[in-house]
Design a protein around this ligand. Structure first.
Ligand code: PMP
Length: 363
């Protein structure tokens, strides 16, 4: 069955799919946003029209994610990757911090932080090929560490804690690939950040939620663009912000709030992921999953086939069926289905059916 607008099933790990009603609204507002006489892309970020859009985007993030007033909402540039540096500049300089590394992004986060201070590898899943996440409460933390850094969902390995960390002290979290995929308790984190291009909208903006008390702890004398205090004082508009990306993030958050909020989103995501994990588990070993069962991501589902030749054949046949971007990351190999919030359930059923047919023919 053809998808609306002749679209493909987009299993991309990011940038990923955006809800069709949001794209339709953005299209309808492209030439004249709400009577403002121009597209959002063309507006001055200091003008009344854009400031209203920015305020609404912040509000829609707060509403969807239940962000309390003592947290600042920032939309910064440089992606989640620049946050690896920025958070370390602000909170690690001349100090120590603990990092738990459950996959490739955590590895990058700690490697980057080391430019700024003593980033201590508290736990790593590398030796086991990054298939699981530890019980954070069971780890003995470095005395005096400025913060504990975790990556909730590792996009490449598909390893997710699936719950908020229940630990004391300051927790900073990279939530790039699972933000807004289920309810989460913002107050468990002093800071969390997420590149927009998976569950929130187009690339270009990175959402940062920062507890206001953290500002007092930030290092002094930082370059202004990399100083959270400067970004907060200037309402994340110290320079020209990623205007269009923020506008779409606002629409996406409103869309999921109207859908029923993050509880409803989680229910949908669990159903979608179950279709695919069932396809893997029910294949008699033809497909093998990457992560251990307790840490299976709802967003990124890597799996392997018996050989590279079969993987290549699988990917090209899937493409012919309009299922795109199923190639796994080169560090893990095999395939990976990313099924972010906006990815439709019927796409999971289509892939599951395809997987069963392929295994029957090639197994
Ligand atoms: N962290 C995670 C968990 C990611 O998945 C990614 C991007 N795939 C990043 C960080 C880096 O994000 P960006 O490309 O926005 O810098």
């Amino acid at each position: 069955m053809a998808l609306p607008y002749d679209r493909q099933y987009n299993f991309s790990a990011g940038p990923g799919c955006i809800p069709v009603p949001v794209l339709e609204q953005a299209r309808d507002e492209m030439l004249n946003h709400g009577g403002d006489g121009m597209s959002v892309m063309e507006m001055s970020h200091r003008g009344k029209a854009y400031l209203k859009i920015a305020e609404e985007a912040e509000e829609s993030v707060r509403t969807l994610m239940g962000v309390p007033p003592e947290y600042k909402v920032l939309f910064l540039q440089g992606g989640a990757s620049l946050q690896f540096t920025m958070l370390a500049m602000n909170f690690l300089r001349g100090k120590t911090a603990d990092y738990v590394v459950t996959g490739s992004w955590g590895e990058k986060a700690i490697a980057t932080a080391k430019y700024e201070g003593a980033a201590n590898l508290l736990w790593s899943g590398k030796a086991g090929g990054y298939t699981e996440a530890p019980d954070l409460g069971g780890l003995s933390r470095t005395a005096g560490a400025s913060y504990l850094h975790v990556t909730t969902n590792e996009t490449i390995q598909g390893v997710d804690y699936l719950e908020d960390p229940k630990v004391s002290g300051t927790v900073i979290c990279d939530m790039s690939s699972c933000i807004a995929s289920r309810p989460f308790d913002v107050t468990r984190y002093e800071m969390l950040y997420a590149g927009a291009q998976k569950n929130l909208g187009p690339s270009g903006a990175c959402l940062v939620l920062l507890h206001e008390d953290m500002l007092e702890r930030a290092a002094e004398g930082l370059p202004p663009m990399l100083d959270y205090k400067v970004q907060v004082e200037n309402g994340w508009m110290y320079n020209t912000p990623p205007c269009y990306s923020v506008y779409v993030i606002g629409l996406v958050c409103k869309h999921w709030t109207a859908f029923g909020g993050l509880g409803a989103v989680e229910k949908m995501n669990r159903e979608k992921a179950k279709v695919l994990y069932d396809a893997i588990d029910g294949s008699g070993g033809f497909y093998t999953p990457h992560a251990v069962t307790k840490n299976r991501s709802l967003m990124n589902i890597p799996f392997r086939l018996p050989s590279d030749d079969l993987t290549d054949k699988f990917l090209s046949s899937a493409k012919a069926e309009r299922m795109h971007e199923l190639k796994g990351h080169r560090s893990v190999g095999g395939c990976r289905a990313s099924v972010y919030n906006a990815f439709p359930l019927e796409g999971c059923h289509a892939l599951a059916q395809f997987m069963a047919d392929f295994a029957a023919k090639n197994g």
